[in-house]
Design a protein around this ligand. Structure first.
Ligand SMILES: [Zn+2]
Length: 326
């Protein structure tokens, strides 16, 4: 059973496309991690392949049940490969040649390219002809954090639909259904609000809980001009791990983003893990300073990827941030 929480816009748009009979052959579903892009893609694939042929999946026919079991021969997940775990030119060429083969079961087949963010331009080019003139029975769904990863020629031939966080009630209901108690749900939603996927990850992953705490501590330290506190947060052992550090810098950057955005419009929706701190920070930092910290954070992330030592990176970032906070 594929259930979509929130994302009413996505569901409505897709349903009305199905109803109109003018269904495009390609879709890009984009949005932040954890907001249910893959669930939405599966829901769409299920609808396209459902034997009842309606505008929503019946969840009951052989096709729907086979998708639930992960064994539908006409729902194809091209493989990611290589160091970057991306869709290679070769894979995309295989998809092109496979796409002219008629479906096994029904009258459609669906290629689902999940997490297509790092799909390179040559690989996209090798799909272009197919996306421009797909066989009648072929559909493509890509999921990605941002649609900026795609060539304009691809974007112009597919329908892009963004996913959005769901309401607090929907998120809480989805988490309760997974067996979390109200205390856990509250704790996760304080950090990730309507992002069900990130709430679940937060509850399952102690590291993420620590990183969220460090982010809040860093924000507090800037607000209180506490250079020592900031350096302590930045030099935490948790951040010795490159992946943790990348997540931390991303979360920290979101706080700075919120601080900058709420200066202009205090009603704007915060996306960081500590909106209260971001709001306070917004009153402390000028737009120019926020931009400088954002740039320094991006540089720190790049340095981490280039294997520069944590001590050097974080001392540098701390200095930049403290200069800006003055
Ligand atoms: Zn069905």
């Amino acid at each position: 059973m594929t259930k979509i929480y929130g994302n009413g816009f996505l569901k409505d748009s897709f349903e009305s496309m199905c109803r109109s009979g003018r269904l495009p052959h390609g879709f890009i579903i984009y949005g932040e991690k954890g907001l249910g892009k893959k669930t939405a893609a599966l829901y769409m694939a299920k609808t396209l392949l459902c034997e009842k042929g309606g505008n929503v999946p019946c969840n009951d026919c052989r096709s729907c049940r086979n998708i639930d079991k992960g064994i539908h021969p006409d729902l194809i997940f091209p493989e990611q490969s290589g160091k970057l775990m991306t869709y290679s030119v070769e894979t995309c060429r295989q998809v092109s040649s496979d796409s002219i083969v008629a479906p096994n079961n029904g009258d459609r087949k669906v290629y689902l390219f999940a997490d297509a963010d790092n799909i390179k331009i040559p690989a996209q080019n090798s799909l272009l002809k197919l996306i421009e003139e797909p066989p009648d029975f072929v559909y493509f769904i890509f999921t990605a954090v941002s649609k900026d990863s795609f060539l304009p020629t691809i974007l112009s031939r597919v329908v892009s639909i963004g996913v959005s966080p769901c309401s607090d009630d929907e998120c809480a209901a989805a988490l309760a259904l997974r067996g979390y108690d109200s205390g856990q749900i509250q704790k996760a939603m304080e950090v990730f609000r309507g992002n069900i996927g990130m709430c679940i990850q937060f509850l399952e992953d102690e590291n993420l809980q620590k990183i969220a705490q460090l982010t809040k501590k860093a924000a507090d330290s800037i607000i209180n001009r506490d250079e020592y506190g900031l350096l302590t947060a930045f030099s935490s052992d948790v951040l010795k791990d490159r992946n943790n550090a990348a997540v931390f810098l991303e979360m920290f950057d979101k706080v700075i983003r919120d601080a900058a955005v709420t200066q202009i419009d205090p009603e704007d929706r915060c996306i960081s893990c500590c909106p209260a701190e971001a709001l306070k920070l917004g009153r402390r930092l000028s737009a120019v300073s926020a931009e400088k910290i954002h740039k320094a954070t991006e540089k720190a992330a790049a340095d981490y990827r280039a294997n520069v030592s944590q001590t050097l990176i974080m001392a540098g970032l701390c200095g930049e941030v403290m200069d800006c906070g003055r």
